[in-house]
Design a protein around this ligand. Sequence first.
Ligand SMILES: Nc1nc2c(ncn2[C@@H]2O[C@H](COP(=O)(O)OP(=O)(O)O)[C@@H](O)[C@H]2O)c(=O)[nH]1
Ligand SMILES: [Mg+2]
Length: 374
Amino acid sequence: MNQPPLEVAVVIPVFNERGNVADMVERIDAALAGRRWEAIFVDDDSPDDTAEAARALARADPRVRVIQRIGRRGLSTACIEGMCATAAPLVAVIDGDGQHDETLLPRMAAALEADPGLDLAIGSRFTSGGGTGDWDRDRVAKSAFATRLSRHVLKADLSDPMSGFFMIRSKLLRDLVPRLSGIGFKILLDVMTAAPRPLRFVELPYVFRTREVGESKLDHVVAMEYLIALYDRMFGRFVPVRFAMFGAIGALGVGVHMGVLTPIIALGGEAAFVPGQVVATLVAMTFNFFLNNALTYRDRRLKGARELAGGLLSFALVCSVGLAANVGVATYLHQGQSNYWAVSALAGIVVGAVWNFALSSRFTWGRYGRRRNA
Ligand SMILES: Nc1nc2c(ncn2[C@@H]2O[C@H](COP(=O)(O)OP(=O)(O)O)[C@@H](O)[C@H]2O)c(=O)[nH]1
Ligand SMILES: [Mg+2]
């Protein structure tokens, strides 16, 4: 019982990193020699059973802990939950694939201990002495663009706001959690923009290493998640991200509808209007369903023939009620004020869209947390 107090926790988000966990613990152990630390792996139920590999280490070494989340994915939320799960006063986040230089950890801790006014220590690839290793030019350019974009939201002179490697006072982090969006993968950006006052930080240079085992998960979705996170920070308060995406996809659906209806009427004339409307509605609805499934609800995406068929059916039911509400509201408003037909029509569209959104998120994509990750 008379151990020295716990000083530092290192949170390691992992997804399909089975081959890397043992190495990570060894590296952290070497880097933080002489300090009392704990490592917390946060795994999102990886198919390669990373969590079990980490638990095997934890059985032999009580400094290693494992959080296995079921039915959820997301780098930011994994980091947040890991950081909230420690009693250590300082908490770091580091990638689980060895790309971040763990030898920075003791220097981050020392910086925070030496200056009580300091809020966080950030590993930077873009300050003098740092680097991006063997990144190709394309990736360097993309990263530079994302960094410039983030400056508009950030209002702080951070050289590497996209860094996923930092150490923060855990009390401060816990205080900020209710304000975090948890969207996407840029947890540092989320933390910095959530704070009601400018946070005081130091940047320590490091060189981004090459991944040796396993593969990157972030390449495909990175750009979209990033834009969504920025949108959320700037406008999310007024129009929630999901609703904005749902609405934008709905607007595309109108384009699809007209694109289908126009040739049908061109070929069949007026008589084709009603069957044309039916076909166009079905095509547009199916289009909306799949696009929403892939984008708006990508975190709880329906997969496989059965789930997709059930989802499409419930989406169709929800939308037909939404359409009735749309037409009903528009007709009601329109009575007696024919000059403002466009206002009536728009009001109908808004009511229908809110209805479709609210009900489809509950019934079509509402079985959150039941599936295992693929
Ligand atoms: N828990 C969890 N970890 C993730 C998720 N996505 C990525 N990671 C981990 O986050 C770290 C950085 O991801 P990586 O794919 O290496 O990104 P890259 O270095 O930008 O290519 C790695 O340790 C991943 O295993 C996720 O959805 N959940
Ligand atoms: Mg990586």
